[in-house]
Ligand binder design. Structure first.
Ligand code: CA
Ligand code: CA
Length: 323
């Protein structure tokens, strides 16, 4: 639940687990400083509001799963990688990934330059990796790298080190790309899922930084998930209120901390070491400990849970899915 179950009452956006973004990662490719890896995880294998598995179909056919990249610091996208899935008759999924640059990257990116087509979606232990030009792609079920004592959190932050996610799976979209694709400056990255509905394209979920949905209840959550980072200042008051309430911050300090959490964009400098929250996010960064320290103003500094041991040292880096 960095963003797991970010819909109403710990359910899923639009009631569809496949559209639920859980986590966004960006890091330099280990052993190759000329490339970066972006990972969007969606579709948790289990519900949080009742302990039941979600659907086995990895991704929603027709929906768009988009990485938005801001190259000039205005919180407006300049580049978009857009991932769209199709289902064959026997239920197997394949995907098309498109790259869009310039003003068209702001909106729905269903018509950019195709950088891979018919890449297979992986559902077994072995990761099906597709290479195309300077890119590598992975799409499919993997072990969820997120770690958090969720039950301890629901139990008034009485953490026992019980990692809810140690045996859970998630559906990953991983792209390895040349750094030149991102330009030469620091960039800001967020992701979103966009559903095709009768009313047209509808944004279901979005975010860059982990744990943001925790601050949002009711209508605020709806408008956050359907909004754009460029307008995130409107949520500073809501975030600050929660920080005052839980962390005992003064109103002034709470507002200052809220401003650091918004806009909801993950910044990434390809030339600097990667570690959340300073730069990007690796699969093993302990974002929960960072979050708890901020939320409680240092009264709680961790959940006694650390990273999973099943991450791989090669693409797609995420461990094989649990049975
Ligand atoms: Ca921009
Ligand atoms: Ca932790």
């Amino acid at each position: 639940m960095s963003h797991h179950a970010s819909g109403p009452n710990f359910g899923f956006p639009r009631g569809d687990a496949r559209l639920d973004m859980t986590d966004l990662y960006v890091f330099t490719k280990p052993g190759d400083t000329g490339k970066s890896v972006i990972v969007l995880n969606v579709h948790p294998s289990f519900r949080l509001d009742s302990p039941e598995p979600t659907t086995s179909e990895p991704f929603k056919p027709g929906a768009l799963y988009e990485f938005k990249i801001d190259t000039n610091g205005d919180a407006v996208a300049d580049i978009c990688y857009s991932v769209q899935f199709a289902s064959s008759e026997n239920g197997k999924q394949t995907t098309t990934v498109r790259r869009t640059q310039g003003a068209r990257a702001i909106g729905v990116c269903d018509d950019g330059e195709v950088i891979v087509q018919n890449a297979p979606v992986s559902v077994e232990r072995e990761a099906l990796v597709t290479k195309a030009g300077d890119y590598r792609f992975f799409l499919g079920w993997r072990s969820d790298p997120f770690f958090f004592d969720v039950n301890g959190n629901f139990n008034h932050m009485q953490f026992t080190g019980d990692d809810f996610f140690k045996d859970k799976n998630v559906c990953s979209i991983a792209i390895e790309l040349p750094n030149s694709d991102l330009g030469s400056n620091e960039v800001g990255i967020w992701a979103r899922t966009v559903d095709k509905t009768r009313e047209g394209w509808t944004q279901a979920d979005r975010g860059g930084r982990p744990m943001q949905a925790v601050f949002l209840v009711g209508e605020q959550r709806e408008s956050y998930l359907s909004g754009d980072p460029a307008n995130d200042d409107r949520f500073i008051g809501v975030f600050a209120h929660e920080l005052e309430h839980t962390g005992g911050y003064t109103p002034q300090d709470a507002t200052a901390v809220a401003r650091k959490l918004l806009t909801d964009i993950l910044s990434y400098n390809q030339r600097e070491p990667v570690r959340y929250p300073r730069n990007g996010r690796t699969l093993t960064d302990d974002v929960v400990d960072v979050f708890l320290s901020v939320l409680t103003n240092g009264k709680v500094t961790g959940d006694k849970v650390g990273p999973h041991g099943d991450v791989l040292d090669e693409f797609p880096y995420l461990g094989p899915p649990h049975d």
